[in-house]
Design a protein around this ligand. Structure first.
Ligand code: UT7
Length: 329
C-alpha cells in the first residue's frame, strides 16, 4: 500500500435539522406504506429542514465542528468548497454564505454541482490543490436541503430524500495518514434520468413552469438504480485496482446512502462483507452530497473508523456523476 500521502482529513463534522419525518408520517402524505419504503430502500426516517433553514445554515454548523476537531481558525482557511444541488440562491454561491458565517475572510469560496458525488469531487479537488503546493487549509462540505425541491405529491420520489450537511477539513498529510487514490467520472448521456428541469436558463421560472411542477426532482428510479449498481461497483473495483490492493486490505467502505440494495450490490462486487460497510440510510434517507460526510463523521464518532484504517468512499449521482476516494485515516 502507498506510504506517501499529499493530503489528509484532519477534522469532521455534521449537522441535520431537528425535525424527523418517519415512514409512518409519509403514509399520511402519499399513497405509500411503511413496509414498502423500508423494504425497497432501507429507509425508516429522514430529517427535514424548516422554512428558516437553508443549506448554508447546516453547512456552517457542520463546518464549525470540523474546524474545532482540526483545531483550525476559520481565518486560516485557504479554500471553501461546498458541494450542493440545493444552494441558498443560484448565485452567489453557498460557499460564500458559509465564508461569511464563519468569518473565513482569507478563503476563496465556491460551489460545485455534482449531485450525490459532490463531496467526493470536492475531496478530489482539495487533494490536488494541496498537491500543487499553493493551498494548505481546505474545507470541503457536502450539504443539501433536498426536501425543498421535493414534490410531495410524487410518491416515487418524496419518500427518498432528507436534509443535512457534513464537512471535512483537508490539510497536508502528516506522513502517517492521507488520501491514496481518487476517481471522478461523469456520463452526461444520462442527464435526463435524474433532474430538476426548471429554474435554470433552459426553463426559467414562470407561472407555467411552476404549474407544471418543473421545480422539483424528477427521477426514473429503476433506470437510476441499474446504472447506480454498475457505476458504484465499477468505481470501487477500479479504485482498489489503481491502488494495487484487494478488498481484503480494506477496513471499511462508506458508500453514498441512496438505497440499501445498491449498497449491498456494491459490497458484493468487491467481495467485502457487509459488516465492513457503514450504513445509516435508515436514519437520514438520501441526503445527496451530504450522505458520505455525514456517514464518515458518524463512523468516526462511533469508533468504527479508527486511526490507521483503510477506508473507501464511493458514490454516484445525477449527471451521471461517479466518485471514489481511498484513504488511510
Ligand atoms: O442518489 C440519487 C440516486 N437515486 C437513487 O439511487 C434511487 C435509485 N432507485 C431506487 O432506489 C429505486 O428504484 C426506488 C426505491 C426509487 C424504487 O424502487 P423499485 O424497486 O425500483 O420500484 P419501482 O420504481 O419499480 O416501482 C415498483 C412499484 C410500482 O408499482 P407497480 O407499477 O408495480 O404497480 C410503483 O408504482 O412500486 C410502486 N411505488 C410505490 N409504492 C408504494 C413507487 N413508489 C412507491 C411508494 N410507495 N413510495
Amino acid at each position: 500500500m502507498q506510504d506517501k500521502y499529499d493530503s489528509m482529513i484532519t477534522g469532521l463534522g455534521f449537522a441535520v435539522p431537528e425535525k424527523i419525518l418517519t415512514n409512518a408520517d409519509l403514509e399520511k402524505i402519499v399513497d405509500t406504506t411503511e413496509e414498502w419504503i423500508r423494504t425497497r430502500t432501507g429507509m425508516s426516517e429522514r430529517h427535514v429542514a424548516d422554512e428558516n433553514t437553508a443549506t448554508s445554515d447546516l453547512s456552517t454548523e457542520a463546518a464549525k465542528k470540523a474546524l474545532a476537531e482540526a483545531k483550525l481558525d476559520a481565518k486560516d482557511l485557504d479554500v471553501i468548497i461546498v458541494a450542493t444541488v440545493t444552494p441558498d440562491t443560484p448565485f452567489p454561491s453557498t460557499g460564500c454564505y458559509v465564508q461569511k458565517n464563519l468569518g473565513a475572510v482569507n478563503a476563496a469560496a465556491f460551489d460545485i454541482s455534482a449531485a450525490c458525488s459532490g463531496f467526493l469531487y470536492g475531496l478530489t479537488m482539495a487533494d490536488n490543490l494541496i498537491k500543487s503546493g499553493a493551498y494548505k487549509n481546505i474545507l470541503v462540505i457536502g450539504a443539501e436541503t433536498l426536501t425543498k425541491i421535493t414534490d410531495w405529491t410524487d410518491r416515487s420520489t418524496c419518500v427518498l430524500f432528507g436534509d443535512g450537511a457534513g464537512a471535512a477539513v483537508v490539510q497536508p498529510s502528516d506522513g502517517e495518514s492521507g488520501i491514496i487514490k481518487t476517481l471522478i467520472k461523469s456520463d452526461g448521456r444520462l442527464t435526463d434520468l435524474l433532474i430538476m428541469p426548471g429554474g435554470g436558463s433552459r426553463i426559467p421560472a414562470t407561472h407555467e413552469s411552476i404549474d407544471q411542477r418543473l421545480h422539483y426532482i424528477k427521477m426514473e428510479g429503476q433506470d437510476v438504480f441499474k446504472h447506480a449498481v454498475k457505476a458504484m461497483g465499477g468505481a470501487a473495483v477500479d479504485t482498489l485496482k489503481a491502488a494495487g490492493i484487494t478488498s481484503k486490505e480494506l477496513t471499511l467502505m462508506i458508500p453514498h446512502q441512496a438505497n440499501v440494495r445498491i449498497i449491498q450490490a456494491t459490497a458484493k462486487r468487491i467481495k467485502l462483507p457487509m459488516e465492513q460497510v457503514y450504513i445509516n440510510v435508515d436514519k437520514y434517507g438520501n441526503t445527496s452530497a451530504a450522505s458520505i460526510p455525514i456517514a464518515l463523521t458518524e463512523a468516526k464518532e462511533k469508533g468504527i473508523l479508527k486511526k490507521g484504517d483503510y477506508c473507501l468512499l464511493v458514490s454516484f449521482g445525477g449527471g451521471f456523476t461517479i466518485g471514489a476516494v481511498l484513504f488511510k485515516y
